[in-house]
Design a protein around this ligand. Structure first.
Ligand SMILES: Cc1cc2nc3c(=O)[nH]c(=O)nc-3n(C[C@H](O)[C@H](O)[C@H](O)COP(=O)(O)OP(=O)(O)OC[C@H]3O[C@@H](n4cnc5c(N)ncnc54)[C@H](O)[C@@H]3O)c2cc1C
Ligand code: SF4
Length: 410
């Protein structure tokens, strides 16, 4: 992980620095960061999980390319689950990864307190697996669907669903891509380095949280054609892409029990979602517009910035599939079994050996990209599971040491 502690005005306490320094801004983004800072904002370097060594570029696994956002890394340099966890885990002889395998349902013993079998569809036939501890991690929509599909006599509303909370409180953020077109070109290759959280908790003129401003990967004319945004006067799509700063605005959508995942009569997943808290998002867009007006370009002065053009990605409307990228909240954790599905260790209140560790545990969605929080929680639950399974502190320490050595040798 790369980042600089203390830059983000909303940063929670931490007991150590990030392992790697923040990924540097390329010149156009640095210029924008300086402009924002001059206008009184506190722009910061966003935490990024890539294996980039800027001090030793010849040794760096990451080559800082332009396809990081939304694509798998072809040189294995992204700190994602595949590279950091799965590739390492399957080196162990006691780990097996089954691909092209769909978990259809979980079955319990007659008491309903223990998952006894995991029913999997693989190569056209059904197979059954069992384990002392079962960890579900299918993403917020599919994990909820799996529990709902696993209803039985002891769990008539769905597995672990005595609370009737499974599938409810679906959240996915209100996200917008806003392109700021300037006379200055933006030749940036890796754009996702800058964030602004000054409006995260509110402002003097609006006392409610508005959200987080950051970037998407650099847009090009081909991507723009697919999204068909409004064209800036005197600009072609190609010219727009060359001159745009491509912001990603994220606002919190609130946990509404009626926004939910259910299973239709045909067995297919149904996602019901009514957007909420939209004023916060509109306010955030206005704040960005205001911040861009203050841009003080040495070549074009205040005329450099030509306008802000938006593509809204409200969940379930314009771009339904992409709209679920930040899915979370459907199997919330908490202390009260009446209002939550999971306890604080992400174990189901109603089942003794069932855990869920994906984005579904969120009780609220916050307003930042979710992956790092999902990963941090999975590591936390992993520590809990090691204790539950009786892994000794010594063996645990040795494992951690091996992990550190592996990370350094990369
Ligand atoms: C294009 C795109 C860009 C994104 N960019 C960012 C970003 O820059 N920063 C960020 O923080 N987040 C980003 N996100 C969001 C981030 O990827 C998700 O929040 C995160 O991956 C969710 O993790 P998860 O463990 O909850 O689920 P997932 O990562 O979705 O993992 C669920 C897994 O379960 C499998 N599965 C589902 N159902 C079953 C079943 N029944 N049986 C077997 N397997 C099953 C799926 O195939 C999948 O592999 C992005 C998402 C997208 C789509
Ligand atoms: S895809 Fe991302 S991690 Fe991989 S080389 Fe490109 S910038 Fe680096």
């Amino acid at each position: 992980m790369h980042g600089n502690r203390g830059e983000d005005p909303t940063e929670p306490p931490a007991n150590s620095p990030y392992p790697w320094p923040a990924v540097s801004h390329e010149p156009r983004i640095q210029q924008l960061s300086d402009d924002f800072a001059r206008s009184g904002l506190k722009p910061f370097h966003v935490p990024v999980g890539v294996m980039l060594d800027e001090k030793n570029p010849h040794k760096s696994r990451c080559i800082r390319c332009n396809t990081c956002d939304g694509f798998a890394c072809l040189v294995g340099a992204k700190s994602d689950a595949q590279v950091v966890c799965i590739d390492e885990a399957i080196k162990h002889s006691n780990v097996t990864l089954l691909t092209n395998s769909l978990v259809k349902r979980l079955e319990t013993d007659s008491s309903g307190r223990e998952v006894k079998s995991v029913v999997v569809e693989r190569g056209g036939s059904l197979e059954t697996y069992s384990a002392d501890v079962v960890v579900v991690s299918c993403g917020a929509i599919n994990s909820a669907a799996l529990l709902l599909r696993s209803a039985n006599d002891k769990h008539p509303r769905g597995l672990a669903n005595n609370s009737d909370v499974v599938g409810r409180h679906y959240m996915g953020h209100t996200n917008s891509v806003m392109m700021a077109i300037s006379k200055c070109p933006n030749p940036t290759i890796f754009q996702k380095t800058l964030g602004v959280n000054d409006f995260y908790f509110g402002s003097k003129d609006f006392e409610y949280p508005m959200g987080h401003i950051s970037f998407v990967g650099k847009l090009d004319a081909i991507t723009l054609k697919a999204g068909a945004p409004a064209i800036a006067p005197n600009f072609t799509l190609e010219l727009m892409a060359k001159h745009s700063l491509d912001f990603w605005l994220t606002s919190e959508d609130l946990p509404d029990p009626n926004n939910r995942v259910t299973i239709g009569r045909d067995g297919k997943i149904v996602l019901t979602y009514t957007p909420n808290n939209l004023e916060a998002h509109e306010r955030l867009k206005s704040k960005l517009k205001q911040a861009m007006k203050q841009t003080n370009c040495t070549m074009h002065g205040h005329d450099c910035h030509q306008g802000l053009f938006g593509r809204n990605l409200y969940v379930g409307q314009q771009i339904p599939l992409a709209g679920v990228a930040h899915q979370n909240g459907t199997i919330r954790f908490g202390q009260d079994p009446k209002t939550s599905v999971l306890d604080v260790n992400c174990k189901a209140h109603d089942v003794d050996n069932l855990y869920v560790v994906d984005g579904s545990f969120f009780p609220s969605s916050a307003a930042v990209n979710p992956a790092l929080t999902i990963m941090a929680n999975a590591l936390r639950v992993g520590d809990h599971l090691m204790k539950r399974l009786g892994v000794s502190e010594t063996a645990y320490g040795q494992n951690r040491q091996q992990d550190r050595e592996l990370a350094v040798s990369r």
